[in-house]
Design a protein around this ligand. Structure first.
Ligand SMILES: Cc1cc2nc3c(=O)[nH]c(=O)nc-3n(C[C@H](O)[C@H](O)[C@H](O)COP(=O)(O)OP(=O)(O)OC[C@H]3O[C@@H](n4cnc5c(N)ncnc54)[C@H](O)[C@@H]3O)c2cc1C
Length: 455
């Protein structure tokens, strides 16, 4: 077995994977096309903060990084709904005090991981873009983004953590019988910001994820430590309204004033930022297999990019890293065995969160305003209180229960939705639910949840 490995992509997933493997005594070289983000100013408008949940925290804890990471986090206890008319409505994510998610700065977290990787002995090569993959000759060719020089290194073994547009995945796609799909969403996103008020504080509730649900589109805002909010508009690319229809500063101003009036006056330099910041694309990548024998493995977005509406892409990439570490240990360093075991365990889970993330877009932009959905949510909380050993809302399974794999959360979620639909048919008050019947249905249809609880 080779004690040396190349990882391509020093984003969130690649860097955490490098830390785990370096701590197992491997000689890890991590190549990144961008300059070292700890030394350059980050461009505006590119997903500045992310929602971190238990699933993502657990691998960070196992890597010994939790205390430092916690310093970067802002607690979000629920969704703060901003209706077009009427008062704000805080919908808690869970009903226990620890059932929260966190907002974290992407560059802050990435920088922390890079420091830890360096400390673990990982060799970091910034400004080195993977330019060519030659599977036959077993070579990778990197281009120095500053000088233009080329560097050729052996491919095997290698981990492709080079994100949604992965060049390594594209190389695998050339192989016969390789299956890969990239489904672009018809909606894109644009990042904007809300600055702190005159005394440096947040202008809105800081312990919530703010949502302006408008049916076919939505605006969201996540708090940052420095009193700012990162605001993201999710909107169709075409049609009316769409990024295409918002072609002038006046159109942007009028759209925000009509649809998001309380946000419009808080967003910093709305028209200027709207046209200066890029419009991002969103999509789902599915591919199979994720590995080529013991030579090459895809991880994180390179293997399974998902839409961001469950806030799970990074969390899923971090779970990948922990699973890879386990598989590496169990395979006693045999890369082929480790890569195969990793793919077998993670693929069904990645497929499940990809589906649930797409479903959650409808929930965030539309269902949160629907009385039927809100009723089922209240009943779900009540069922969780009464039958905690078997019932937990799907959102809680995904976001808080790191001991329940995504595929299991999806399976249970489907059964639970049927139970909720059946219990709430024809009623409009959670108090009117027949909870004896609920207990019988739950006992019959849902096995007990794992006993350990989240780690
Ligand atoms: C708008 C938006 C909001 C999101 N919100 C959340 C959220 O709230 N919670 C959450 O969990 N996830 C969220 N995500 C998803 C999350 O950003 C990704 O899942 C996560 O970044 C994946 O990590 P990764 O390391 O696999 O890929 P990336 O973070 O994309 O890292 C890939 C790295 O590879 C490098 N690279 C690419 N090509 C090459 C090359 N040829 N040579 C060398 N280096 C290369 C890139 O420069 C990059 O540094 C969001 C995504 C978007 C777009």
């Amino acid at each position: 077995m080779t004690r040396r490995i190349t990882i391509v992509g020093a984003g969130l997933g690649g860097t955490l994977a490098a830390i785990f493997l370096a701590r197992r005594g491997l000689e890890v070289t991590l190549y990144e096309r961008r300059p070292d983000l700890r030394q350059v100013v980050q461009p505006a408008g590119r997903s500045i903060n992310l929602a971190l949940a238990n699933r993502g925290l657990k691998p960070l804890r196992r890597a010994g990084l939790e205390p430092e990471v916690r310093k970067l986090l802002t607690v979000m206890r629920g969704r703060m709904i901003h209706p077009l008319d009427g008062p704000l409505d805080l919908q808690p994510y869970g009903q226990r005090s620890h059932e929260v998610i966190y907002s974290v700065s992407r560059p802050g977290l990435n920088a922390l991981l890079l420091d830890a990787a360096e400390a673990a002995g990982v060799r970091l090569r910034f400004g080195m873009r993977l330019a060519e993959v030659d599977l036959d000759a077993d070579r990778l060719e990197f281009a120095d983004e500053c000088g233009g020089a080329r560097e050729s290194v052996p491919l095997s073994p290698c981990i492709g953590a080079d994100g949604a547009g992965s060049l390594l995945r594209k190389a695998l796609q050339e192989l016969p019988a390789y299956a890969a799909t990239e489904d672009l969403l018809s909606h894109g996103y644009k990042e904007l910001s809300i600055l702190p008020n005159g005394i440096g504080r947040h202008r809105m509730e800081s312990n919530a994820l703010h949502i302006w649900p408008r049916g076919g589109y939505m605006l969201i805002a996540l708090p940052n430590h420095d009193g700012t909010f990162t605001v993201t508009l999710f909107l169709p690319h075409e049609g009316d309204p769409s990024f295409a229809s918002l072609g002038t500063p006046a159109a942007v101003r009028n759209f925000f004033a009509a649809e998001f009036p309380d946000a419009a006056h808080m967003i910093h330099d709305l028209e200027g930022s709207f046209f200066a910041n890029p419009t991002g694309i969103l999509g789902t990548v599915r591919c199979h297999p994720w590995h080529l024998d013991g030579r090459l493995l895809l991880l994180g977005d390179a293997a399974h990019a998902i839409v961001p509406f469950h806030g799970q892409g990074m969390n899923c990439a971090f779970e990948d890293c922990l699973e890879l570490d386990r598989c590496f240990e169990a395979a006693d360093g045999d890369w082929g065995q480790a890569f195969a075991a990793f793919s077998g365990r993670r693929k069904p889970n990645a497929d499940a969160i990809a589906d649930m993330a797409l479903e959650n877009y409808v929930e965030m932009r539309d269902s949160v305003r629907d009385p039927g959905f809100l009723l089922r949510q209240r009943v779900a909380f009540e069922l969780e209180k009464r039958f905690p050993e078997r019932f937990a809302p799907r959102y809680a399974l995904v976001m808080f229960r790191d001991d329940v794999p995504y595929a299991e959360a999806q399976r249970r979620g489907r059964i639970q939705e049927e139970i909720l639909q059946s219990l709430t048919a024809g009623i409009d008050d959670a108090g009117a639910v027949d909870y004896d019947r609920a207990g019988r249905m739950i006992a019959m249809l849902l096995e007990p949840l794992p006993g350990n609880g989240p780690d």
